[in-house]
Design a protein around this ligand. Structure first.
Ligand SMILES: *Cc1c(COP(=O)(O)O)cnc(C)c1O
Length: 390
């Protein structure tokens, strides 16, 4: 039976705020009364809390997930002539920061099941100029870290985990951001832990590295007005830290709600006959939808619930007409971006990334999504494929 369609946004942050309004307003008021806006005790407390949550010794609060990546690369001394290996199927910042330092992003294709960098492709692109690897834990599921760390250590490379989408995710009982030399996080509002604006964090187990990161985020000054290195203003605001500290206490509950929503989608898609329960990697006429795969021994935190869909562009036009929220993360792999044309990659260079960019679409998965909303999403998708089959 088809449930009547109701509009469903991709993400609605208002119910979350409504449930925290009193606490958050008190925290904002506390910062306002202190009139201490830049770094300070709220930021320091939040750094300790994120470090503990992510099983890392140190956290350094910064202005965004992008700046977290940038100062991680700066702290490693990445410079013109260096190469950094990463995935072409990620948000732009991962590779953009490498280029901003004059270094060269070198791509390796993804595993089509998890959409994360395929460790088997990394060794082939290592050169004498390679300095680091940036695995990205895309959509909330960690990359296959053991072989990545192994290849990095055999070649003397640093590993930066881009954990912007993966706070609290686990790989073999280890937390995102705690396995590589450095982890980077984003508190952009649409991330699982989102602030009232931009914010980010860098994590590390290395005390000397943490000192270097703290100096870099504040114009390279240590002490004040004595500049050891050229850094920048990459500081986290106390107001953001105050809001994020309150939200962090709820994060595990929200993650469980996202996981529950993911299980509900699985049941609904199977019940609608849209996906093969044996979950192959490609959509077919019989089974036009491929659900997200959970790799072995992971805690997937479902920052996004991304399906592969037959005739994807037709499907999203239909979803749009039915007011069903959706987004393509990401429509153009990085090796095909105009600004990276000079890297010299050809179309077809990374077939799995290109296929993913052409076939995937993200569905609403936020914690407050209701059962009726999920039914509406799946029935709109079922309607599209029934019409196509008729
Ligand atoms: C969001 C995101 C970033 C950048 O974070 P900002 O806080 O928006 O600067 C970097 N990498 C990935 C994979 C992201 O999803």
């Amino acid at each position: 039976m088809m449930s009547p369609h109701i509009p469903v946004p991709l993400l609605d942050l208002k119910p979350q705020y409504a449930s925290l309004r009193v606490e958050i307003q008190a925290a904002l008021e506390r910062v306002a009364e202190s009139q201490q806006f830049i770094l300070g005790p709220e930021v320091e407390a939040f750094e300790r809390e994120i470090a503990a949550y992510s099983a890392c010794a140190f956290g350094v609060g910064v202005s965004s997930g992008t700046d977290a990546l940038l100062i991680a690369l700066m702290a490693l001394g990445i410079a013109p002539g260096d190469e950094v290996i990463t995935t072409p199927y990620t948000f732009f910042a991962t590779a953009g920061c490498v280029s901003r330092l004059g270094a060269r992003p070198v791509f390796a294709d993804i595993d089509p099941l998890t959409y994360n960098i395929d460790p088997d492709g990394i060794e082939r692109v290592i050169s004498g100029r390679t300095r680091a690897i940036i695995p990205v834990h895309l959509y909330g599921q960690m990359a296959e870290m053991d072989p990545i760390v192994d290849v990095a250590s055999r070649h003397g490379l640093s590993v930066i985990e881009d954990a912007a989408q993966a706070i609290g995710a686990e790989y073999r009982s280890r937390r995102a951001g705690s396995i590589g030399h450095i982890g980077t996080f984003s508190f952009f509002p649409s991330k699982n832990l989102g602030g009232f604006g931009d914010g980010g964090m860098v994590t590390t187990a290395d005390g000397a590295m943490a000192d270097r990161l703290r100096i870099l985020r504040n114009h390279g000054a240590s002490p004040k007005y004595y500049h050891k290195v050229v850094g920048g203003n990459f500081r986290l605001d106390a107001l953001q830290a105050a809001v994020l500290r309150i939200k962090l206490r709820r994060l595990d509950g929200w993650t469980e709600a996202r996981q529950t929503n993911a299980s509900k989608y699985r049941r609904l898609f199977v019940a609608a006959g849209l996906c093969d329960p044996a979950s192959p990697a490609a959509p077919t006429d019989d089974y036009p939808v491929v659900l997200p795969a959970e790799a072995d021994r992971r805690r997937h935190i479902y920052n996004q619930f991304v399906i592969r869909a037959l005739r994807r562009d037709g499907l999203i036009a239909h979803m749009k007409a039915r007011s069903i929220g959706h987004e393509i993360y990401y429509p153009v792999p990085l090796h095909q971006q105009e600004c990276f044309a000079d890297l010299g990659y050809r179309p077809g260079a990374f077939p799995e990334s290109e296929r993913a960019a052409a076939q995937t679409v993200a569905l609403p998965i936020y914690p407050e999504l209701t059962a009726r909303m999920q039914e509406s999403v799946v029935s709109a998708i079922a309607e599209y494929y029934q019409a196509g089959a008729a």
